[in-house]
Design a protein around this ligand. Structure first.
Ligand SMILES: [Zn+2]
Length: 490
């Protein structure tokens, strides 16, 4: 008996020692870097040029017949007028009708080129919400230190910053060592199938292999990572896949005075409820595991203890982290019933009931795996399950954090935002970058725009705006990134 108690005590002691040892070795992964070379530019002028870009209604509508090509052409004329030196120097091509591909030929064409992505299109302003905007969404107003308008954050604040950076470097007489491509899609908000997909196919057909791809999908976030008060630069190393399933139930219609035991509506509702009750499993892996590795050491001791010892506290971390919708989205393939439709009249049994369920697929899961899961969870032959449209796509590969290019992102972000905590993370939406997976393993999604807790609802929502200071930092980020990536040519 005494021996057993002793063994238990010894066991606990060893576990405690292992936990403390691992917590002690769970040290910061942030690098110390010299600040960026000073770089002065006309911030007010750049803000005015961004404001000008926001006056163009380059809108992607779900209904493609509403697409206004002439407005995209006017926007592209504006880019030509605004960045004349860039347009004189870089080769410009159009793909898919309205997407732009620029090539800034490097001094050494044997080196792999880099690709900077952004998109020209924006989402529509929801009908009925126009009057809630402090400044009108397409007026290009500057007020209170912000540039206001649809696209300020998503994604003209990146597109224009890339162009500002290149225009400036070209006018300084700078030549990159490796070729730099800029690609600006025109249909990112509706899937990128006519823009980014064709640009990627064009580069592939030319045998291009890229050093790295940089796209939207990350920013310098404040107050968005629980347990860390200081700004955190999010570098997306993967993005989730996308799948919508349509569930339909057909039944005898008829008078509601003599209903069967189960109606089409009842059968469908039960199927949707079963999907919500049987969620895809949670996993700490890939981009999310990498993020915990990077942010864990920056947290208070108790959290560091848990995050440094996932072998013991993994379940606890999953439960705590997964308790919020945003944390949950980083841990599993999510299930979101988005459309329910049945019935036309209160005293008529519907002969058809239809639901659409949207899944965002965690890297490591697959479209086929989610379909199989849905069939198993619903387990009812009366429910027909079908993939809604061709927009289903697999999750992206996970880009390495051990690569020189991830280090390059980390270094550049810390140069332009001293003291910022850089972390890999999982982009839960989709970006155009997924089309370029085949051209390089190093696909990163970041930038130096600022994002506060209140800004998440502005993206695709009301009162989208960018702080002029953050926009200026974003321009500096691209300048510094290009300088760091490519030493000047001979
Ligand atoms: Zn976007």
């Amino acid at each position: 008996m005494k021996k057993a108690a002793f063994a238990v005590a010894l066991g606990l002691l060893l576990v405690g020692a292992a936990v403390l040892y691992r917590a002690a070795r769970f040290t910061s992964r942030q690098m110390s870097v010299p600040p960026a070379e000073p770089f002065a530019f006309d911030t007010a002028g750049a803000a005015t040029r961004l404001a000008g870009a926001l006056t163009y209604r380059t809108i992607s509508y779900q209904d493609s017949t509403r697409f206004d090509g002439a407005e995209f052409a006017r926007f592209q004329d504006y880019l030509r007028r605004t960045f004349p030196k860039l347009h004189a120097r870089l080769r410009r091509e159009v793909t898919g009708g309205y997407s732009l591909l620029y090539e800034w030929r490097g001094a050494d064409t044997a080196l792999k080129p880099i690709l900077l992505l952004a998109h020209q299109d924006v989402v529509p302003v929801e009908v009925g919400t126009e009057s809630r905007w402090t400044e009108p969404p397409f007026a290009g107003r500057i007020a209170d230190g912000y540039v206001w308008g649809r696209g300020a954050l998503d994604d003209k604040g990146n597109l224009m910053a890339v162009l500002e950076a290149v225009e400036r470097l070209v006018s300084d007489g700078w030549t990159p060592k490796q070729t730099i491509y800029l690609a600006f899609g025109h249909d990112e908000e509706v899937g990128g199938m006519h823009g980014a997909a064709r640009t990627a196919a064009l580069l592939t057909s030319r045998g291009v292999h890229l050093d790295y791809v940089l796209d939207e999908g990350g920013a310098i976030a404040t107050g968005l990572v629980p347990g860390i008060a200081s700004p955190v630069a999010l570098v997306g190393i993967a993005e989730k896949g996308y799948l919508s399933l349509e569930l339909t139930v057909e039944a005898e219609g008829g008078h509601s005075s003599m209903p069967p035991a189960q109606t089409a509506t009842g059968i469908l509702s039960a199927a949707v409820a079963r999907l919500e009750a049987h969620q895809m499993p949670r996993h700490i892996r890939g981009a999310t595991a990498a993020m915990l590795d990077y942010i864990g050491p920056e947290m208070a001791f108790s959290r560091r203890l848990a995050l440094g010892n996932l072998w013991l506290f993994g379940g606890l971390v999953e439960r705590q982290f997964g308790a919020t919708p945003s944390g949950n989205a980083m841990l599993r393939t999510t299930t979101a019933p988005t459309i329910l439709a049945a019935g036309v009249k209160d005293n008529v049994l519907p002969s058809t009931a239809r639901a659409v369920v949207n899944f965002r697929i965690l890297p490591g899961d697959s479209v086929a795996g989610v379909v199989a899961h849905a069939r198993r969870a619903i387990d009812d032959p009366r429910v027909t399950i079908r993939t809604v449209n061709e927009s289903a796509n697999e999750p992206s590969p996970v880009s390495p954090v051990s690569s020189a290019n991830f280090t390059l992102m980390q270094r550049t972000l810390r140069q332009v935002a001293p003291g910022v905590i850089v972390t890999p993370w999982l982009v839960v939406g989709g970006t155009d970058s997924r089309y370029f997976d085949g051209l390089t393993p190093d696909v990163y999604r970041t930038g130096a725009l600022g994002l506060g807790a209140g800004d998440l609802s502005r993206i695709h929502g009301t009162n989208e705006r960018v702080a002029i200071a953050d926009y200026a930092r974003n321009i500096t980020f691209y300048v510094q990134l290009i300088r760091n990536s490519t030493a000047p040519g001979p």
